[in-house]
Write a protein that binds this ligand. Structure first.
Ligand code: ADP
Ligand code: ZN
Ligand code: ZN
Length: 720
């Protein structure tokens, strides 16, 4: 009998599409399917199998074919994506297809998934006679000589790709292999201290059902160690663990740590920088229950795991968990939804939890696990000094106390970190004569001057142009770079300390070479590391005993009410780079506001006290977590068009039930981006269900509107 299948497609229309299908059964719900849509062929997902349609059956097209190379996606997976679509007001098709790795949105079947590789007898012989330039081949063969590995392990240990591995197979130097027997080895690095064991025991006791934990402990207090132990326990019981981290591509050391500590476990890595085939293959493996641990960025929350037993969200406050375009989801919040759905615990970890999470911990919705001491016996918390730049210099550059501290480190052959969260040479180029500044022609921001390549570059839209020789407005030849970025700081530090090895680590210097730069930094070869937040995250440099922070004040007075919380987290993270092992650390923060409560709290290591004050302010001002918010945003070639659209939207808003407030439309803080003028309005309510219902109805009305304006909802926005 002919069935009707209702298919989710990645198109901006909030509905499913019906197709005829000769061989569809109830079990095909969740299967990928190839259909023609307009002039194109697309892969969609079957959400329902039915016998009827709102359209006459003879008007329906037939689907091309159901893709049976993979089993259908499980019901829980569809439920998670559906929840995402409803909660974030996204068309169902866009939500479902966004949750799928890009490679699975294509029809060609995936090659067979991961198996083990081992070195052959000819391979061993070849290894004896390799030329010095055959470096990759040597790495592959030596890695396999040490032990058999899966394809994804091998690409990691040998720093190579699948093509090289295939070459080795073709040459019979290595061979495929059935997986070795399942033994779960966990390498114990340290016996846990009392606080750690307490936290571990409490979490272990709750493994049988849903519970949310906040593991709250200063940097270096051993949070990672606690969740590694918990994961070991979970996988020893035959279940899978999902670990979300902010930026795995930037922290190869984290992947290495997992491989070291779980040498026999199958690890599935998921992030957007990896190859599409590799990502899809490891996704499929996790979904078949073969992977023990899934480790990835926000998108990993969508990996189906049939034996899910635990979800860990590391650095839960990190803003990268929120996707800022397309499907604007928060992976942290979805992690909690998923934990409930699977009736398993979620463990949120942070040294500086978001105020939302902290509030939940205070009110008992989340259970609080505290670590108050640094785990490494001899590691003490760094002393934090505030350098008043109103006295020692006019706000920029390196102050005398910081220069002295740097000199001492060089004498003692210890490393220093200089943190400046602004890349490029200078944030703007200006003409002192007529007042011209290097603005981006497409955005409401300045073009940043970069010495490398001698360009002015927009950090928002990518626009770039050559540095002009003379002022484009008045012809003045004397253009001045204002302010300072990491490139300039590097130049200045090198001039001050000509014998020191200065290494700059930011996204400009590291393009494709981050691993190498970090290796140099770790080897202790570099004396002074100059860098942006790229340097602050998750790296352990044994010999760093000094951290200098420049221009932190920029974050103090930002318009966004989340700015102080973010600045605190960032500074604490940077400060945590100092004195992690055996050497005591010192931090110098240069500021014009040494009495600011944020710096005071940082000095006293009192995030919680400061956070309570911030929470009180939020309560009084009526901000989250005491209220729920959504933004409606619009962008168009002129501001007027954007604002007019939002005003029309307000006039079409459904009857607003109490208590719900719609604020007036206003230009966004980045009011122009890539040639489009942006405006937004905010809706607030004390009741989540009322807000959700309101948005749902409003969204429907707006979708029916014919407009050229691009608009979207952002539910629980974190940037304005
Ligand atoms: P966090 O995740 O809280 O920043 P980590 O778990 O990374 O802290 O631990 C910080 C450092 O202390 C690491 O080098 C780790 O190996 C070490 N460490 C953790 N737990 C212990 C322990 N119980 N005894 C000794 N060292 C420990
Ligand atoms: Zn000029
Ligand atoms: Zn721009």
């Amino acid at each position: 009998m002919i069935s009707v299948i209702r298919v989710a497609l990645d198109v901006p229309v909030p509905r499913l599409f019906d197709y005829l299908c000769a061989d569809a059964h109830e079990e095909d719900v969740g299967a990928r399917v190839l259909v023609s849509f307009g002039p194109r062929q697309m892969v969609g997902i079957i959400v329902e199998v039915a016998t009827d349609s709102a359209l006459p059956l003879d008007r329906l097209k037939s689907c091309e074919r159901i893709l049976r190379d993979l089993p259908p996606l499980p019901g829980e997976w569809i439920a998670l994506a559906k929840f995402c679509s409803e909660y974030y007001q996204m068309p169902i098709g866009e939500a479902l297809l966004t949750a799928l790795p890009p490679r699975l949105r294509r029809a060609e079947p995936l090659a067979d998934t991961d198996c083990f590789y081992s070195i052959t007898v000819p391979g061993r012989a070849v290894l004896q006679h390799l030329q010095p330039r055959q470096k990759i081949l040597r790495r592959i063969l030596e890695a396999l000589l040490a032990k058999p590995q899966t394809g994804s392990q091998l690409t990691h240990t040998a720093h190579t790709n699948r093509t090289k591995i295939r070459e080795c197979i073709a040459n019979l130097w290595i061979e495929k292999h059935t997986p070795p027997s399942e033994v779960h080895e966990f390498v114990i690095a340290h016996p846990l201290n009392e606080e750690q064991s307490n936290a571990l025991e409490q979490a272990k006791a709750a493994l049988k059902e849903y519970a949310s934990f906040l593991l709250f402990g200063i940097t270096g207090s051993g949070k990672t160690e606690v969740y590694l132990n918990l994961i070991a326990h979970v996988i020893s019981e035959g279940r899978q663990a999902l670990v979300l981290v902010p930026e795995i591509a930037l922290t190869p050391s984290l992947e290495s740590l997992f491989r070291e500590r779980f040498p026999t476990a199958k690890l599935c890595i998921q992030h957007s920088e990896m190859g599409q085939v590799e990502r899809a293959q490891s996704w499929v493996e996790a979904s078949q229950g073969k992977a023990h641990i899934v480790l990835g960025t926000r998108l990993a929350v969508f990996v189906p795991m049939p034996r899910l037993g635990l979800i860990v969200v590391d650095e839960e406050q990190d803003s990268s968990y929120k996707q800022q375009d397309g499907l604007r989801y928060s992976a942290r919040d979805l992690a909690i939804f998923k934990a409930r759905q699977w009736n398993v615990p979620a463990l949120l970890c942070s040294a500086t939890p978001s105020l939302e999470t902290l509030h939940h911990a205070h009110t008992g919705r989340y259970r609080l696990l505290r670590l108050t001491k640094r785990a490494h016996k001899s590691a003490r918390l760094p002393a934090i000094h505030l350098v008043d730049t109103r006295k020692s210099l006019n706000g920029e550059g390196l102050s005398e106390p910081l220069l002295q501290a740097l000199t001492h480190r060089l004498e003692r052959r210890e490393q220093s970190v200089l943190f400046l969260n602004r890349r490029g040479f200078a944030p703007v180029l200006a003409c002192g004569h007529c007042g011209w500044v290097s603005g981006c022609p497409r955005c409401s921001v300045n073009l940043v001057m970069h010495l490398a390549g001698r360009v002015l570059r927009c950090h928002h839209c990518g626009f770039h142009s050559q540095i002009p020789r003379a002022c484009p407005q008045c012809g003045n030849l004397d253009l001045a770079p204002l302010g300072r970025g990491t490139e300039r700081l590097e130049t200045e530090v090198t001039a001050k300390f000509p014998h020191a090895h200065v290494l700059r680590i930011d996204s400009d210097s590291s393009r494709g070479k981050l691993r190498g730069l970090l290796e140099t930094a770790h080897s202790g070869d570099a004396d002074i590391l100059v860098g942006t937040q790229l340097l602050a995250k998750g790296h352990h440099f044994e010999r760093v005993t000094l951290v200098g922070v420049l221009n932190a004040d920029a974050g103090l007075f930002a318009a966004d009410y989340r700015a102080p919380e973010r600045l605190f987290a960032q500074l604490q993270q940077v400060a945590g780079r100092a004195g992690r092992a055996n050497l005591p650390g010192e931090v110098f923060i240069q500021t014009r506001f040494p009495l600011h409560p944020l710096y005071r709290a940082l000095q006293q290591q009192n995030y919680e006290g400061y956070a309570r004050e911030l929470l009180e302010e939020r309560r009084t001002a009526g901000f989250p977590p005491f209220i729920h918010e959504a933004a409606l945003r619009a962008q168009a070639p002129t501001m007027e068009t954007s604002l007019t659209f939002l005003k029309t939207a307000v006039s079409l808003a459904p009857e607003a039930p109490e208590p719900l407030t719609i604020y007036d439309p206003a230009p966004a803080s980045l009011s122009k981006l890539a040639g489009l003028e942006r405006a937004q309005l905010v809706v607030q309510s004390h009741s989540r269900p009322i807000l959700q219902e309101f948005l749902r109805t409003w969204n429907k009305t707006l979708c029916a509107l014919q407009t050229k304006v691009r608009w979207h909802f952002d539910v629980d926005p974190i940037e304005f």
